[in-house]
Design a protein around this ligand. Structure first.
Ligand code: ATP
Ligand code: MG
Length: 576
């Protein structure tokens, strides 16, 4: 592409509403334009990169015999009503009516659509297993769209769905797609980890699920890792323990005044006690099959609740903290709640980090009062139980190893769904003996536009983007310094040669000063910059080749430029 005839605008200033580096660089480098909240127009440079990302995904999926389809973005309410998700999806699903008053939504995902397609087109085990995928627009009315393409409302996702006659077939395919995902993210040039994730109570026991996380400081997810054993799990899934906590021996229950001291921190600070000798009481509301229940979750004073673990433990469809009116109804006093109350209507769960025979401070369930000397095994009612409820944190152990917490951006997710959709949507196929059975499913997502943003989030420096070679918009930034027709001719001929060798070249023929050109070259961050400087070229016939990532600068005779550029691109992983 010749920049003199191109469409590319860069910004000098960093836009004030861009919160993370990838978003700032994408706006500054003219990769995207903000059309509305969480809605972005992909500009030509970014469009080229997106197509490369898609191509890598397609190649790896096609290699394991997946088939690409395209489902409609608008899907009818009936399908979602069948699976029960028309209501369950909540506010993130954007619903509307057509002129005939039929209800539709902008698809946030497509399990229902593909399951419906499957049941109308596949009838025998002989047609299984099969995996269908698409690379298509999704819409989710996220509460807090942010970080540009990282959490947008409209975004591009690769979503794949596989169907199997039994668990053995699903397991086999799961392993294949796991490897395909590893290949995809390697080829994309990303530093990623595959982490065990939480399958949720609904997916049933033994359902595997992994997230592919790009390691980045601005990630919204926490990953628990153990470097020695290569263990990696999503924080919601990781089972870790605390060690070496100072314990207090059992003493008598004693009520004491804690005026205005509503948190464990405040109580412990005011009375000179270690925070781990206090317990916080969180009251949660759960809903299952329309049935309401309340739980009081007890945690060490400096721990926090892992809602996913809680939800799995109590097998609920929805969980949330109890509201004030509900606490009133249960006879609980906010800020001073505790498990010693005679109040009925909830079960108490003790987190496993709590020592059941030591004494702790808990709320007295009376305004401005707490109780010390509370010993869980002695002072609670028989209905209570223990479970791992806490959020893992720095300092925890798995076995003898201390964990390392990392921040990640979830770019992909693979998931064994079981019969969740095939059962609710009444799908059957005939098995070998001619019996109608319910097939099971897996689903496999990649956030295509999120991949683009996270590639930039992970690969940049103070001057701009540093593209992984496989997904850079172009391979080479070619420019020349000098005004004579002769030097322009040299550049024109090199432009031709590089392109003839199959390379993608951004030819800066705008005749700007070198300062401006180099600034733009660094900002857009193509892997290789080739500069023909009139003085050097006339003196020695040398042309400069500079690598964006390492900063390495080389000089070549014109005849050697193309081969050396190719060699460097290969080393940088362009053709992985
Ligand atoms: P998150 O926890 O980040 O909201 P999710 O669990 O809702 O993700 P999935 O439903 O598994 O995501 O979707 C598959 C992939 O789509 C995700 O791994 C992610 O890469 C991408 N994705 C999800 N939501 C968004 C969004 N709002 N903007 C951009 N990409 C997204
Ligand atoms: Mg989400």
């Amino acid at each position: 592409m010749r920049l003199s005839q191109g469409y590319w605008q860069t910004l000098k200033e960093t836009p004030s509403d861009a919160d993370v580096i990838s978003q700032q660089l994408m706006m500054r480098a003219g990769l995207m334009y903000k059309t509305g909240a969480g809605l972005y127009t992909i500009q030509p440079m970014a469009f080229r990169s997106l197509k490369k990302i898609e191509k890598i995904i397609r190649e790896e999926l096609d290699r394991i015999n997946c088939f690409e389809i395209q489902m409609p973005v608008m899907t009818p309410a009936e399908l979602w009503q069948e699976s029960g998700r028309w209501d369950a999806m909540g506010g993130q699903m954007l619903k509307m009516k057509d002129r005939a008053e039929r209800e539709l939504c902008m698809s946030p995902t497509n399990e229902e659509t593909v399951t419906d397609l499957f049941r109308r087109t596949v009838s025998s085990y002989k047609q299984l297993p099969v995996c269908l995928y698409q690379i298509n627009t999704k819409f989710r009315d996220e509460i807090r769209p942010r970080f540009g393409l990282m959490r947008a409302r409209e975004f591009c996702m690769k979503d794949g769905y596989s169907f199997h006659i039994d668990k053995a077939s699903l397991d086999k395919f799961y392993d294949e797609i796991y490897v395909a995902y590893e290949n995809i993210f390697k080829r994309l040039g990303l530093d990623f980890i595959a982490v065990e994730a939480d399958g949720g109570a609904m997916a049933g026991g033994g359902a595997k699920t992994h997230e592919f996380q790009v390691v980045a400081d601005n990630g919204e997810d926490y990953v628990v890792t153990v470097p020695r054993t290569k263990f990696a799990a999503n924080i919601e899934k990781a089972m870790t323990v605390r060690k070496n906590l100072p314990l207090a021996p059992a003493t008598e229950l004693t009520k004491f005044a804690t005026p205005g001291q509503k948190t464990c921190d405040e109580v412990c600070a005011a009375h000179g006690m270690p925070i781990t000798q206090s317990l916080k009481s969180l009251v949660m509301h759960t809903l299952n099959n329309g049935k309401e229940q309340f739980f009081m979750v007890m945690l060490l004073g400096d721990d926090s609740l892992n809602e996913v673990k809680f939800q799995n433990k109590v097998s609920a469809e929805h969980v949330r903290p109890a509201q004030q009116a509900e606490l009133d109804r249960l006879g609980l006093v906010k800020g001073f709640m505790g498990p010693t109350t005679e109040a009925q209507g909830f079960k108490v769960i003790f987190d496993e980090a709590i020592d059941m025979n030591s004494s702790y401070v808990v709320g007295a369930n009376e305004a401005d009062h707490h109780i010390k000397g509370f010993v869980p095994s002695r002072d609670t009612k028989p209905k209570n139980f223990r479970a791992d409820m806490r959020m893992a944190k720095e300092g925890d152990f798995i076995g003898d190893d201390q964990i390392v917490l990392k921040k990640g951006i979830e770019v992909g997710h693979i998931f064994q769904l079981g019969d969740k959709y095939t059962k609710s949507m009444k799908v059957t196929v005939l098995n070998e003996t001619g019996k109608a059975v319910t097939p099971i499913m897996g689903c496999y997502g990649i956030g295509v536009t999120r991949v683009l943003a996270s590639a930039i989030e992970q690969n940049n420096d103070k001057d701009g983007i540093v593209w992984p070679a496989s997904i850079a918009p172009y391979d080479v930034y070619l420019c020349y310094i000098g005004k004579t027709p002769e030097i322009k001719e040299v550049a024109e001929s090199l432009f031709k040669e590089l392109r003839a060798a199959g390379l993608e070249v951004l030819f800066d023929d705008r005749q700007l000063g070198p300062g401006m050109m180099f600034k733009d070259a660094d900002l857009i961050g193509l892997p290789v910059r080739v500069v023909i400087g009139e003085k050097d070229f006339n003196a020695s016939g040398e042309i400069e080749v500079k690598l964006r990532r390492s900063g390495e600068t080389m000089k070549f005779q014109k005849a050697d430029v193309v081969n050396n550029v190719k060699k460097k691109l290969e080393e940088m992983g362009k053709w992985l």
